[in-house]
Design a protein around this ligand. Sequence first.
Ligand SMILES: [Zn+2]
Length: 454
Amino acid sequence: MDLVIRGGQLVDGSIADIGIAGETIVQIGGELSAPNEIDAHGKLLLPGGVDAHVHLSSPPIERSGPAWVDDFTSGSAAALAGGITTVGNMTFGAPGESLLQALERETAVARRASIADVFLHPVLASPDADNLAEIARLGSEGCSSMKVFLTNPHFNRDLDGHIEAIRRAGEAGVVSMLHCEDAATIAFATRQLVSQGKTSLRYFGESRPVIAEVVATQRALAIAELTGAPVYIVHLSSARALALCAVARARGLHVYVETRPLYLYLTSERLQTPEAGKFVGQPPLREHSDVDALWTGLRSGIIDTVCTDHAPWSLQAKLDPAHDIEHLRPGVENLQLLLPMLYSEGVRTGRISLSRLVELSSSNAAKLFGLYPRKGAIAVGSDADLVIFDPDLERTVTAAMLKSNVDYSVYEGWRVTGWPTVTIRRGEIVFRDDLVIGQAGSGQVLSCGRGGVL
Ligand SMILES: [Zn+2]
């Protein structure tokens, strides 16, 4: 045995020592000794978080204009400081690249640069014959997921092809992650606003109304029913779309729901301020009634995961004065704050239990993407991905505390109680004393089992 963690409180409330050999948990409770020990008395011991939805920059793909400011190294640092040990990155293909080629390229980048463990979601740019043929092979290549944007005008134009792609994915044990906002609805709403001269970001919410999410969610649910394939709706934002998912789930469809922190803590009023650009995400911020519905969904189980959609830009890039409802940069930094804020705002307030927090931030994503029980569990034989979490540590969010390369946070000034003090990834202490000490290149690109089963 190499490392023992003493006296931490597990999710079920019991206190147990944990024994780690190499990268693996080998004993829970009983007599334990090892050359290295960590004292976790008075702390919670959580399984490392699994954030299935992040955007980390992956050269050599060049974008026009500025890029996301985090690569696999700085994104890992933010994740580990926040108790997330595994991230699922969206793998966009370079022009002309197939799904498997994109995966191969990004796997090499992640192996060199990542500290956190990684799994990858190839983005389906088009359901052409080559991609359709490759979808059947994704599962056997250790990939459990594929991303499809219903926001892409191509989606409606080749609906038939996309349905077939999602069907084949399901057959191959690959879950389709769907961005549910309807392209035609957004185009219509945007045209109306432009014709009225309402182009500033204060109209951003109206340019992507709830009905755009509703109609795309209905489409996603219809495809799940038609094909029997599992669908995972990313960053769901509204009460109306959530209600549709609840009905579909009750009817036995394989529908899974993710939301992200932005929709749990902030509302559309932010888009009426001079700094609206800071808060632009897709879908847009919604109303207080939507926030309440999402929290109810977290508690009831209709929402399966809280993932960040970490897409970090510099403040200057977000507040570009040229931005309007047709030209903008969606997304915010979030990796380091996901778990502390969900604990502080969810568990401490009594809105969700500690075991729900673990399901939402770790074990459900591990299951849905074919990584459980290697990830998402504190169990003998599981990877030793562990977070020693101080439930009473109170800190105020500042940009300076963030390990991400961002220079701002939408949560600056937020008082958060409950923070990781030590993060262990596969038996190695990678974050301690507020320092990320894991090395770039020590993260693994994981091979996933079948996805889409919870
Ligand atoms: Zn995303």
